[in-house]
Design a protein around this ligand. Structure first.
Ligand SMILES: NC(=O)c1ccc[n+]([C@@H]2O[C@H](COP(=O)([O-])OP(=O)(O)OC[C@H]3O[C@@H](n4cnc5c(N)ncnc54)[C@H](OP(=O)(O)O)[C@@H]3O)[C@@H](O)[C@H]2O)c1
Length: 301
């Protein structure tokens, strides 16, 4: 198949592109940066340089594709600190761009990177935009088949624990304890998506993706052992203290509130409600594997 991939050579899109090429597909990779072209071509894909904000570019690039992989990003964690940016609005806008481009280009098979929490717009904080984008894409004519991929929280979010581990010898959040929650590696996500491109497309489908299930206290133990701090603790603070900490670190109010509420939904079970009813087989990469990457980054900082 001719497949167009958004997300450049990012965490998911690079291993995904490699796997699709290996399976014999022709892959075009969209990047926002001209200098990425040589790296994209070096792995055997075609490069298309442009942005998710440019609907005409997306339509032209999707034209002729048998299938597309669409994901939304604003380009990194620094955007959470931009007080003039409406993150939810900007991502929702990208969803609209994809809808229009898919329609105009006549693409009939879509794999969309959505998220845990997309089953609802109530009480999941930041994740509301995934619900919005799923709903926008669902407005496409029904002969456009869409696979909504709903990965759980990525292991790499745990790099955000490093500052308080360094400063206060603890992982600090507004939730904690012994209840297990799922986490995922982008490599397992890429493997699932590559598999989905090969399977039949049929209307509208949803698939959750997870690699491991571990409790906050287990996370502290596993990461702590990996960085030579076997007594590392996960400290649960109040929602107000957590929110104030994010605001004090310079995060925009919308994003700080969005993260605080997202964590509340982990505690209340709202976040994982639909996941629990539709549990996936867990992927290969366990927290113990990621802990090695975590230690390498921790020791560099
Ligand atoms: N973190 C989580 O726990 C979680 C959970 C569920 C779902 N998700 C979803 O996963 C996504 C991240 O996936 P990922 O880690 O594979 O992505 P990533 O590696 O963070 O980013 C993908 C690449 O997209 C390109 N890009 C950025 N802005 C662009 C723009 N405006 N137009 C075109 N390309 C642009 C960038 O490459 P170039 O510089 O080459 O353009 C970037 O490296 C999130 O955005 C979210 O939607 C995350």
């Amino acid at each position: 198949m001719k497949i167009t991939i958004t997300g450049s050579l990012g965490n998911i899109s690079k291993p995904l592109t490699k796997e699709l090429l290996q399976k014999g597909h022709t892959v075009t990779v969209i990047s926002s940066k001209a200098e990425r072209q040589k790296d994209i071509e070096a792995i055997g894909a075609k490069a298309a340089i442009g942005t998710m904000e440019d609907t005409d570019f997306l339509s032209a690039t999707f034209k002729g594709a048998d299938a597309v992989y669409v994901m939304e990003t604003l380009g990194g964690a620094h955007t959470f600190f931009d007080k003039n940016l409406d993150v939810v609005g900007a991502i929702t806008k990208i969803g609209n761009n994809y809808k229009q481009a898919i329609d105009q280009a006549g693409v009939k098979r879509v794999v969309h990177l959505s998220s845990i929490g997309a089953h609802t717009d109530k009480g999941v904080g930041m994740l509301t935009f995934h619900h919005n984008v799923e709903n926008i894409l669902k407005q496409l004519p029904y002969d456009v088949s869409i696979k909504f991929m709903r990965p759980v929280g990525f292991y790499y979010n745990m790099f955000g624990f490093i500052p308080t581990i360094k400063a206060q010898n603890a992982i600090i959040s507004n939730y904690g304890g012994d209840e297990r929650e799922p986490w995922v590696s982008p490599l397992d996500i890429a493997a699932v998506i590559a598999e989905e491109f090969e399977k039949p497309f049929n209307g509208r489908e949803i698939r959750y993706i997870a690699s491991d299930e571990v409790s906050p206290n287990e996370v502290a133990k596993i990461l702590g052992e990996a960085i030579g701090k076997p007594h590392l603790k996960w400290l649960a603070i109040s929602d107000e203290q957590f929110l104030n900490g994010l605001l004090a670190a310079g995060m925009s109010p919308q994003t700080a509130q969005g993260f605080t509420e997202m964590n509340v939904s982990r505690r209340g079970g709202v976040l994982y409600q639909d996941y629990q009813n539709n549990k996936p087989t867990l992927g290969k990469i366990k927290l113990k594997d990621f802990a090695k990457d975590f230690a390498a980054v921790f020791n560099q900082k």
